[in-house]
Design a protein around this ligand. Structure first.
Ligand code: NAD
Ligand code: GLY
Length: 367
């Protein structure tokens, strides 16, 4: 397979000495020169899972061998429920058994679960080895592979254990999306919608106009959605790499989403499904607080629904919702922080009066 240069987009995450490129295009998994350019040593460990491995591990292994690298595969079980300490230890077990040294580059081949875990393993193995993100889901191509948030879940809270650790490069081969199940494509669209809602009303309107094309996997529409999302995310990360403030806006919908994921048990809803529903809830709260009008609230719900994502939340019970939302990295001094819209296309980081929050929780759940 040859890399189609005309279809290739190169962006950059500007972080001083931790800057890195994002390459988006088709058939990049077969591009030995591209991978060689980002791998200094001669050893590579590819971390993947039992779903992605059979699809793409052989191609990437051959590519890396062609680039003169010695390749160690690490195949983990699939699923959000496997984003655990146990899986992380499996990565370390193989790295140590195979005597991988500190010049070994870890390559994350998979979706956000593999990307987050591999990044965390890279941050901590021998106090830090290089890693490359090779995202294979829409969600990971538009969001999780960019920005250096890595980690695992804890039974008490989502993504609670982790590190900020930037990759050497992000290589997003959009041809891998051809094998992605429809519900996973929709899950990725949740994060695309998020990027428009928080920073770019015009992009939001573009998604509304092109949602059918995106669902039909129109390659031009998908390439634009991935590119614009990576631009928006890179720009936010450039300004606030370690989430001192601004970066928290990327968590629009996530306060509710993380409660859904932890409350139902990881893997019951897809992360992107929870984010879709969480954005509907955050829009409802924004409206109740007078930050957006009813039309904007309805547009968000309609777009989430059009993307074939859930818009009605599970009934966890108000007390349980609040208990779950209290375990959130954004919270300060016991106060739950929300990312709300003011107006559509702009985000604010704020708290909400308990009574108004409870109205949202009662209204948005399954009756
Ligand atoms: P995922 O990694 O579980 O992938 C979804 C499913 O698709 C899995 O079953 C996977 O094996 C399969 N898959 C992956 N690529 C495929 C392909 N090309 N063809 C067929 N099947 C494929 O989930 P995700 O939605 O990619 O990522 C969600 C995770 O990302 C969550 O854990 C979330 O917390 C995390 N996340 C992290 C960040 C960040 O900034 N680090 C941002 C957003 C989300
Ligand atoms: N997905 C949230 C962030 O990267 O900050």
């Amino acid at each position: 397979m040859e890399r189609s240069l005309s279809n290739c987009i190169d962006l950059r995450v500007d972080l001083g000495e931790r800057s890195y490129p994002i390459t988006i295009g088709t058939n990049l998994l077969a591009d030995a020169n591209l991978f060689a350019a980002h791998i200094a040593g001669n050893r590579v460990a590819i971390v993947t899972n039992t779903i992605v491995g059979p699809l793409y591990l052989e191609t990437l292994t051959q590519t890396l061998k062609a680039a003169g690298k010695q390749v160690t595969p690490i195949v983990l079980p699939d699923g959000e429920e496997e984003k655990t300490w146990t899986s992380l230890m499996r990565i370390f077990d193989v790295l140590l058994e195979e005597k991988c040294d500190r010049k070994t580059t870890l390559v994350a081949l998979g979706g956000g679960v593999i990307g987050d875990m591999t990044g965390f393993a890279a941050a901590s193995y021998m106090r830090g080895v290089p890693f490359i993100q090779v995202p294979t889901t829409l969600l990971s191509q538009v969001d999780s592979s960019v920005g250096g948030k890595t980690g695992i879940n804890h039974p008490l809270g989502k993504n609670m254990i982790g590190a900020f650790y930037q990759p050497q490069a992000v290589i997003a081969d959009t041809a891998t999306l051809n094998t992605l199940p429809d519900n996973e494509l929709s899950a990725g669209l949740a994060e695309v919608i998020k990027h428009g809602a928080i920073t770019d009303a015009q992009f939001f309107a573009w998604i509304e106009a092109n949602i059918q094309k995106l669902l039909n996997r129109d390659s031009e529409a998908l390439a634009y959605a991935i590119r614009r999302s990576c631009e928006i995310k890179s720009d936010v990360v450039r300004q606030d790499e370690r989430e001192g403030g601004l970066r928290a806006i990327l968590n629009f919908g996530h306060t509710f989403a993380h409660a859904i994921e932890a409350g139902l048990g990881y893997g019951t809803w897809l992360h992107g499904e929870a984010v879709g529903c969480g954005m509907v809830m955050a829009a409802d709260l924004s409206h109740r607080l007078g930050y957006i009008d009813a039309q904007a609230k309805d547009r968000i719900k309609a777009l989430v629904q059009a993307a074939r994502l859930p818009v009605i939340a599970p009934d966890l019970g108000v007390d349980r919702w609040i208990e779950l939302m209290q375990v959130d990295k954004k919270n300060e001094a016991g106060k739950i922080k929300f990312i709300l819209l003011q107006p559509l296309g702009k985000a604010v980081i704020t708290t909400a009066p308990a009574q108004v929050l409870e109205e949202t929780l009662r209204t948005c759940v399954k009756q």
